[in-house]
Design a protein around this ligand. Structure first.
Ligand SMILES: Cc1ncc(COP(=O)(O)O)c(C=O)c1O
Length: 395
């Protein structure tokens, strides 16, 4: 039976990262996978998380299963973090959430619930979107439609195109929006534009499905959630998939949650009961370690303060790198790269052709995705000049 299965190629992004690791060139630059890296190229453990972990290890007396919805402190902390402590929906008790294995698990549970509520529902995704969205949501049985989003010519959002396309989204449809720090393009909606999407959701009845995997890495924790909070204040229903992989550095601990906004408290309880059943049939029980750490960080004022300061430094560093990259690239190439400064989070498209990207890899050991998406956090003081000069030679 199993020998009928053909061998599949590696995931293109992970395959590129592996090729970079195997490259013996000491000057190589890895701008592939979306993980935060510090000046030394290390993806660090937050001090706040380490402290929570020390306390957890000292106190832990059991590894018994968690309850099906996960760690209560974590779920409550995430609801406040994402929706805001002063959220009216929270005060009205019409929010529920379930811990999930990372943002991917959270997206999957959101998709399972959407499919249970409306089998064969359509999900509108941005062009482009994070490629993993497609198998993650599609394998549940949801259908896809695409809305225009990134405009290479302007390096910004084609908002008119987006609105035009979303006019066809109606009740029974979901519209998948990146909460902040769009992956892969880094071009985000303005608050006014989020307001227009909220108008459309109200008038047309589609359900916003928000993927927020980078809260705190664009402009700050509150600022990055402002768009989805506008929506939450306006629409009766919404699904949010949140991840702690990036903003708490808990990548391998698989820490995320799906948050449901429903019309009322009964609806929120009913959806949670469905989510627990969905989780049971997909992976049974949530993983404990990451959510116990994040739950502690979010429930303890001192740890929260420490974590927010560390995250603030990361955010500042990324934005500083964006500015430095603009200066260096403009200096080396004489071309306009100002758009990199305006984009948010870890990603930007450099606007290079596939051939130019290929030459960067073959001739300079500079690794980025074929679309010329770079992870800005992979840039540092010791590789920025080399990188800018390499890009200048292929341009
Ligand atoms: C857009 C987007 N959504 C969700 C995720 C989920 O990540 P994780 O499952 O590691 O929490 C990622 C991770 O790269 C992402 O880029």
């Amino acid at each position: 039976m199993l020998d009928a299965l053909p061998r599949l190629p590696d995931d293109p992004i992970l395959g590129l990262a592996a090729a970079c690791r195997a490259d013996p060139n000491p000057l190589k630059v890895d701008l592939t996978v979306g993980i935060y890296m510090d000046e030394d190229g290390v993806c660090p453990v937050f001090d706040a998380v380490r402290r929570a972990q020390d306390a957890l290890v000292a106190e832990e007396i059991s590894k018994a299963y968690l309850p099906p919805a996960g760690v209560a402190d974590f779920n409550e902390g995430m609801q406040r973090l994402v929706l805001g402590a002063d959220s009216a929906a929270l005060a009205d008790g019409r929010v529920s959430s379930i811990q999930a294995p990372g943002g991917c698990g959270a997206l999957r549970i959101g998709a399972e619930i959407a499919h249970a509520a409306a089998p064969g529902a359509r999900v509108w995704v941005s062009d482009p979107t994070w490629p993993v969205h497609i198998p993650l949501l599609g394998s549940v049985g949801l259908q896809f439609e695409t809305y225009r989003y990134y405009e290479p010519a302007t390096h910004g959002v084609n908002f008119d195109g987006m609105i035009e396309d979303l006019k066809a989204a109606g009740s029974g449809d979901l519209v998948l929006l990146h909460g902040c720090c769009h992956n892969p393009c880094g071009a985000d909606l303005s608050q006014e534009q989020w307001g227009v999407i909220a108008d459309m959701a109200e008038a047309q009845g589609f359900v916003p499905f928000i993927d927020i995997a980078y809260q705190g890495l664009g402009d700050g924790l509150e600022e990055d959630a402002a768009g989805l909070r506008q929506l939450a204040g306006r629409v009766p229903e919404m699904i949010i998939a949140a991840s702690c992989s990036k903003n708490m550095g808990l990548y391998r601990e698989r820490t995320g949650c799906t948050i449901f906004l429903c019309a009322d408290a009964d609806g929120a309880a009913a959806v949670l009961s469905q989510a627990k059943v969905a989780a049971r049939r997909v992976y049974s029980m949530p993983p404990a370690h990451g959510a116990l750490l994040a739950g502690r960080v979010l429930a303890d004022a001192q740890l929260t303060e420490l974590w927010q300061a560390e995250l603030g430094q990361m955010c500042e560093r990324i934005n500083g790198l964006r500015s430095n990259l603009v200066e260096k690239l403009q200096g080396a190439t004489g071309r306009d790269f100002e758009f990199i400064r305006k984009e948010k989070g870890m990603f930007s498209f450099l606007g290079l052709s596939k051939e130019q990207v290929e030459r960067l890899r073959a001739e300079h050991s500079v690794y980025m995705l074929g679309s010329s998406r770079i992870n800005v956090a992979g840039v540092n003081a010791s590789n920025i000049d080399y990188l800018a000069n390499a890009i200048a030679t292929v341009l």
